[in-house]
Design a binder for this molecule. Structure first.
Ligand SMILES: Cc1ncc(C[n+]2csc(CCOP(=O)(O)OP(=O)(O)O)c2C)c(N)n1
Ligand SMILES: [Mg+2]
Length: 541
């Protein structure tokens, strides 16, 4: 088996069926093998689009692959890979590279930067494991090592394949070291009894679920815990939709002072909070305004448990949850009334100008069991937090690293990973100008995302912080983009009734992309965004 064949087989083993990217001469031979391998190669307009698409694919399926050429392609993936690292999306970056024979004498080959190791060195910072497959004897083992590290850490990996080794024979890999040791029962017993004691004494306990519930595959355990305890629960921003938001115990998304009052009161008034898999970041807590007293908190992280401020390192989240569910007394009925935060129904008012808050109310009514919302940083994300998505993993956002340009490419990854789903992109005009051309990729592969483009004339997020011409952008005729692409439907709406009609048409168009440009006031913003920007304002000056 050649190195290329081994690598392709390894990709197949992960369950991945699509590879995103753009070729170049350093990866051309490998690309041709990829295209004959039964894996679907998805050519995006730009490498960043491929990286974001693979990231969304990985968030849904557990593994994504992006394949590019050396330097000009690879280095464009640094940002998307950094995001995948920060937000736990296992994306394998495969880069072609100059052949080993070409590297002799350190010549100035095209796409080289400082040395032939530059790209590898850059990727060391943003991946969990890396390898240059420059030795046929170890290449297969190196591929296995990188993929194993990705599965364990849920973070990206990097493989560079010199072009003259694509067809080299790969030696069979040795056996990899065994999985990390599971924690023993003894380690769990003491913290478990403390946790049970805290929960038994609590009058208003609740659960807060974070993104790691999804990444580390404990969604079913969360559901079992909810069922057993009957506690109300909220999610964090990144954890939105870790389980269905139609769950009867779901209250809403908690983000510190950036939360509606009812959600805040439920969380901050609780006398015991079980926090599972949180990423406590500035943007997800209204700049660290969350108020969960560590003395009343039980915090489960993938390999550490905190009980009332005492840390128990080395405890496996999955194992502890299983023990907790088994030991917790069953509560057939909720001990407390669930006060669920809900958006009102949307009855469009004819001729009335649209606001962000009303837009979200409208979007909410159009969500179906198959809709997957991808909300871009900016007000699209913050206003979108109160949407009630129907099923698990139906709200995607890069709410921590927060790179603009994610949403349209991510929609491609979502619909290829789950063809029955309908991606609904919520994004700003500024963001759309970064990677909106990937709608062309969606059209090429027969996908049908709906893009709701919030046109507020530029970088609205910053206007309350520091206004000026730097927040303005060139006004495009956004709905005309579908004509340039030669596929899809475009709408421009400014009033509530126009919006409702455009949405109905969009839902009916399952054959191609739909773009709805929503004209908003330059200074309009959701309540959540206003709260966040007021806090951020103090930090920018
Ligand atoms: C790649 C990238 N560049 C810059 C930023 C900084 N940034 C955050 S929000 C924002 C404005 C986004 O404008 P738009 O997409 O129109 O959304 P709005 O703020 O108007 O809701 C910018 C430039 C970023 N997060 N990511
Ligand atoms: Mg904008």
């Amino acid at each position: 088996m050649t190195i290329a064949e081994y690598l392709i087989r390894a990709i197949h083993t992960t369950g991945t069926r699509h590879v995103f990217g753009i070729q170049g001469d350093y990866v051309l031979n490998f690309y041709s093998k990829l295209s004959q391998s039964g894996l679907a190669v998805i050519n995006t307009c730009d490498e960043q689009g491929a990286g974001f698409a693979a990231d969304a694919y990985a968030r849904l399926t557990g593994f994504g692959v992006v394949c590019v050429t050396y330097g000009v392609g690879g280095l464009k993936l640094v940002n998307t890979t950094a995001q995948a690292f920060a937000e736990l999306a296992p994306v394998l970056v495969i880069s072609g590279g100059p052949g080993l024979s070409e590297r002799q004498g350190d010549p100035l080959l095209h796409h080289k930067v400082r040395s032939f190791a530059t790209q590898l060195n850059v990727f060391r910072e943003v991946t969990a494991a890396q390898a240059v497959l420059d030795n046929p004897k170890t290449a297969a083992a190196e591929i296995d090592r990188v993929i194993k590290a990705m599965h364990e850490t849920k973070r990206p990996g990097y493989l560079e394949l010199p072009r003259d080794l694509v067809d080299a024979d790969a030696a069979e890999p040795g056996v990899l070291p065994q999985e990390r040791l599971a924690t023993t029962k003894a380690a769990i017993a003491e913290p478990l009894s403390k946790v049970l004691e805290m929960l038994a004494g609590a009058k208003s306990p609740m659960i807060m679920a974070g993104v790691e519930v999804h990444r580390f595959g404990v969604q079913q355990q969360l559901l079992d815990l909810l069922d057993r305890s009957q506690f109300p629960f909220v999610t964090g921003v990144l954890g939105k939709s870790v389980v269905s938001e139609n769950h009867p115990q779901f209250v809403g998304v908690y983000a510190g002072a950036m939360s509606p009052d009812d959600i805040r009161h439920t969380v901050e008034g609780a006398d015991c909070v079980v926090v599972i898999g949180p990423l406590i970041t500035d943007l997800s807590t209204g700049v660290f305004t969350h108020q969960i007293d560590p003395a009343h908190a039980i915090v489960l992280m993938p390999d550490t448990l905190m009980v009332a401020g005492v840390s128990y390192p080395g405890i496996d989240m999955q194992e502890f949850l299983a023990a907790l569910i088994a030991a917790l007394p069953t509560h057939a009925q909720a001990r407390q009334a669930i006060k669920r935060h809900a958006l009102p129904p949307f009855v469009p008012e004819r001729g009335k100008a649209i606001t962000m808050d009303r837009l979200m109310t409208c979007v909410n009514t159009f969500l179906s069991d198959d809709t997957t919302v991808i909300a871009e940083p900016g007000d699209a994300l913050f206003a979108g937090l109160d949407l009630r998505v129907h099923a698990m993993n139906e709200f995607l956002s890069c709410a921590y690293y927060a790179s603009l340009g994610y949403a349209v490419p991510a929609a491609i990854g979502v619909q290829l990973a789950a063809p029955h789903r309908r991606p609904l992109v919520l994004e700003g005009d500024g963001s759309f100008q970064m990677t909106g051309m990937e709608l062309s990729t969606a059209a090429r592969y027969g996908l049908s995302p709906i893009v709701v483009l919030l046109n507020n004339g530029g970088y609205g997020t910053f206007r309350p912080m520091l206004d000026g011409a730097m927040n303005d952008i060139h006004p495009w005729q956004y709905a005309e983009v579908v004509r340039v692409i030669g596929a899809g439907k475009g709408f421009v709406v400014a009033t509530e009734d126009e919006l409702a009609r455009a949405f109905e048409a969009a839902m009916g168009n399952t054959a191609s992309p739909t773009l709805i440009e929503v004209r908003l006031d330059k200074y309009d913003g959701s309540a959540r965004l206003k709260e966040l920007t007021a806090k951020l304002k103090r930090r920018v000056r």
